[in-house]
Design a protein around this ligand. Sequence first.
Ligand SMILES: NC(=O)c1ccc[n+]([C@@H]2O[C@H](COP(=O)([O-])OP(=O)(O)OC[C@H]3O[C@@H](n4cnc5c(N)ncnc54)[C@H](OP(=O)(O)O)[C@@H]3O)[C@@H](O)[C@H]2O)c1
Length: 290
Amino acid sequence: MRILITGADGQLGSELCRVLGYETIIPMTLPEFDLAKPDVEAKVVAASPDLIIHAGAYTDVDGAEREPDEVVAVNAEGTRQIAAAASRLGVRLIYISTDYVFDGQQCMPYHEQDDPHPINQYGFSKWKGEQAVLASGTNSLIVRTAWLFGAVGKNFVKSIAQAAQSETVLRVVDDQRGCPTYAEDLAYAIVALMTKDVVGIIHVTNRGHCSWYELARAVVREIGADCPVLPITTPQAGRLAKRPQYSVLSDSRCASLGIVLPEWSQALARFATGPGLFSTEPQRASLPQS
Ligand SMILES: NC(=O)c1ccc[n+]([C@@H]2O[C@H](COP(=O)([O-])OP(=O)(O)OC[C@H]3O[C@@H](n4cnc5c(N)ncnc54)[C@H](OP(=O)(O)O)[C@@H]3O)[C@@H](O)[C@H]2O)c1
């Protein structure tokens, strides 16, 4: 099977390339392939894949507040073009979306049928992308995930591990809860979903949930550092973009298909014992030739 992967050198995209190495991968990456450009649909159609996994996105949540037009161009309009290409080719599209489509006002896990109500530009643009995929009528699956960590690129877990070795104290937000998710586990789950006749929206995260503070403490514990971690509030963190306070995703639909990811703490322990945690920036997986 020929699988086109957007964002193929990103955190998730590179794991997908690795896990799907037995298939023919068509990696689509910047600068040749720019989701903000009008030739996205034509380029995907020309590549003629059998399946599209659309993992590429503008993912800088605070940057998106400064560049609202750019983030919509990439995440909403770019996704609309990808969906149009999938529709023209008559191939299945798997679109990766986010817990940040929700406003976080709920106090129980979000299900797929709950109404999105994004509170920042990034979440808004990803939700527009979801709407474009659904409106295209193409055979599609929207995979919402959350709080990704993995070996490639920047993420919270790597940042905390590095900071714990150089700082005397870490102050981390304790009033936002979500589901940390290991990119490798997510990649395997996506491969499992590829083989199933499932459409619509599905939530896929590692099991369990925590606050960023609790996640930071677990990272520091895993690496055996003695740097203290102190809880702070969201206003104290002073970030530009609003974040949902509670964006825990229910994995019940995924579990009903027999796909259950490990607890986030177990996934973190696996990641921490591998070489990825202290990999330096920017680290990119070597991509297969298309
Ligand atoms: N990270 C998270 O915590 C998280 C949580 C929930 C959902 N998600 C979703 O999961 C997916 C994968 O996220 P990730 O963590 O793997 O993100 P990532 O590491 O930031 O990778 C995103 C990829 O998209 C590419 N990209 C950015 N702008 C582009 C453009 N204009 N045209 C083409 N490609 C572009 C990036 O290329 P460059 O690196 O060259 O810029 C990178 O390869 C995304 O759809 C994201 O919205 C992520």
